[in-house]
Unconditional design. Structure first.
Length: 305
């Protein structure tokens, strides 16, 4: 009987087979193959399925690949699908345009063996660019912290790599799905876990991030306009975090107001923890909503639901 692997490397993908190859090659180069690779294909129409079949044969005897094809639903639905399937102790998402450094799995496994426990949600590690530049600043010299604490107290605005205990994320899943909306940031799920348990800090890079011109961050205005309920839920979660600073709460309140206007929600204060912040954010929230409408119309034309 094969030994159960420690880590699920989860890769959501959509029409990126030419980039996904880099991710596969990095997994082949790993100094430890104590993982399984789960690919969730969110409705690709390119050669992704054919390429994955080839890679599965190449990787046979080295590591297992599980390929799941589903209809188009967005990144958050790919997370939901992966968490229904994953059964390893740890779970890490590596985007289809990113790849792991060659020793990443080994470093994560050793670190977890030395420090891991049921008292933490997982590990926070660093990302770097292909030019070996750390994305953001080094983490504070702490053994563990909550991710909101890192952002609000220690001003860590890093692009971080989150490695979670699979059971922790599975307990908080699924991420809400709104009809016709493709963009609820999976960070929502991380925040839910963050309310309960801190993360170990592993102050070394494990992943190379390759930002693409067609990446999600490029189309933030489109996402904001076309997935308002999803964005409103994320902002609600951010405002409710125990380590949220005043400025953090107010910034998210402004975005929340803008999103609920797009979503045509009426009882906007009922689910809010910081109601005074939302009331104070009403005017700037309306102004932000108008600005997004103008930018969206210039870029994409009239919005069609």
């Amino acid at each position: 009987m094969a030994e159960k692997k420690l880590i699920t490397v989860f890769t959501p993908t959509y029409n990126r087979c030419e980039l996904l190859c880099n991710c596969f090659n990095s997994l082949m180069r790993q100094t430890s193959h104590n993982f399984i690779w789960i690919i969730v294909d969110d409705g690709s129409t390119d050669d992704t399925a054919e390429n994955v079949r080839k890679w599965t044969e190449i990787a046979r005897g080295v590591f297992d690949i599980k390929y799941i094809s589903k209809s188009r639903g967005g990144l958050h639905t790919a997370y939901n699908t992966a968490l229904e399937t994953a059964d390893t102790e740890l779970f890490v998402c590596v985007d289809d345009d990113d790849f792991l450094i060659d020793s990443a799995i080994e470093k994560i496994a050793v670190f977890w063996q030395e420090h891991g426990s049921d008292n933490v949600a997982g590990i926070v590690a660093l990302n770097r660019t292909p030019e070996k530049k750390i994305l953001g600043n080094p983490l504070p010299e702490l053994s563990m912290a909550h991710i909101t604490e890192l952002r609000c107290k220690y001003k860590c605005k890093n692009d971080l790599k989150m490695i979670y205990r699979t059971s922790v994320l599975a307990d908080e899943a699924p991420i809400p799905v709104y009809d016709g909306e493709l963009y609820l940031n999976p960070y929502y799920l991380f925040l839910k876990a963050d309310k309960k348990l801190p993360m170990l800090l592993m102050n070394v890079p494990v992943c190379v991030v390759n930002y693409q011109p067609d990446g999600l961050s490029t189309y933030i205005i489109r996402q904001y306009r076309e997935s308002p309920n999803s964005f409103a839920e994320l902002r609600l979660m951010m405002m409710s975090m125990p380590y949220a600073s005043f400025s953090f709460i107010m910034r998210n309140a402004v975005h929340y107001v803008s999103s609920v206007i797009f979503a045509h929600r009426k009882k906007i204060l009922i689910p809010v923890k910081h109601k005074a912040a939302v009331i104070a954010a009403a005017i700037p929230g309306v102004a932000l909503n108008i600005l997004i409408r103008i930018i969206y119309r210039k870029k994409y034309g009239k919005f069609k639901k």
